[in-house]
Design a protein around this ligand. Sequence first.
Ligand code: NAP
Ligand code: G4F
Length: 342
Amino acid sequence: MKAIVTGTTGQDGYYLSKQLLQNGYEVHGLVRRSSNINTFRIDPLISEYGPEGKFKLYYSDLIDSSSITNLINNIQPDEIYNLAAQSHVAVSFKNPIYSTHTSTTGTVTILESIRNGNKDIKFYQASSSEMFGGEKEEKLNEKSKLNPKSPYAAAKVFCHDMTKIYREAYGIFAVNGILFNHESPVRGETFVTRKITQAVGRIHLGLQSKLTLGNLDASRDWGFAGDYTKGMYLMMQHSEPDDWVLATGETHTVKEFASKAFESVGLNWEEFVETSDKYKRPNEVNHLLGDPEKAKNELGWVAETSFDDLVKMMVESDIESAEREKVLLENKLIKPTWEYHT
Ligand code: NAP
Ligand code: G4F
């Protein structure tokens, strides 16, 4: 079996590529060119499976339609997982055109290539719980109303609808995975969970004294990314294409996440966390809680990692990172990181 994975250098790209390679797939990953090599997450997979083996990488970009179409035509994959996106909600308010353009152009380019080329190729779209808007405290499922609150979410709604349209109009096996927040030790450092666990690791080792966050009252249904990429694969093996929610069915506030993470190293979060408006968004998604019943009944999928285990896994990994960072700082081999405004 052959799969193309867009966004292979990202968090989900890493877990999904690893699982597909372990299942015997040939994985063709798209990497966008940057001035620094950005394959740090997938370097272990490159060592184990590539580049002459089953893990093949290509420079491409969601906006470069011709390169994507050429790759699909040349590789003739069985499955395409479209994970690439400018995935940071706060950044999408600052870069709305880029954020919208990448998601929408990339998705339609792939769907058009399948329609005009080989309609047997299966397609997975990385849809998001952000599409719901999360105004009320309610369990959200595949039938819940979409009410996007950011350029990011609006672009995801467009991609979600186009995936459904290509499924219905052209009979393409195109699925939407509506995934609630999922995190891991390789989560991007400016998402709130990783920002917290990285700070806990650094504060624990004396490398940082304060952590500045935005809205502490927002709540999210947080699971472990490695569980969710297994769900993506199961959707692609289902007899019929459809849309499925993946979630834990539990929600926690940012404050609760911070409290649990600091507590795991014996610290009281209130002594270290301060807030600033610069991390607040022009329009907030206040409350997200998913109902994963359909995925459980039809795919046999459940989120296996508990909230407590997720926090513990991330804190432990970030303590190890902080230990390495401390050695590098003490030997003046690196400088302290610039604080990103996200
Ligand atoms: P991520 O870590 O931010 O990874 C995004 C990937 O997209 C990276 O490989 C990135 O490349 C790539 N990318 C960005 N712009 C691109 C462009 N113009 N052309 C080609 N590639 C581009 O995100 P993630 O957490 O793995 O999420 C994967 C997907 O699921 C995203 O579409 C996200 O919106 C969606 N999603 C995520 C969650 C979640 O909680 N994680 C929930 C629901 C949906 P670089 O490595 O070079 O930056
Ligand atoms: O970690 P976040 O940035 O994730 P957000 O906005 O929920 O988006 C993530 O999950 C979506 C699925 O629902 C994905 F589609 C999307 O690609 C991404 O992976 O923020 C979570 C919450 C927000 O309410 C935010 O306002 O945490 C709040 N928050 C409070 N302080 C903060 C901070 N978020 C960030 N990034 N940084 C802060 O300092």
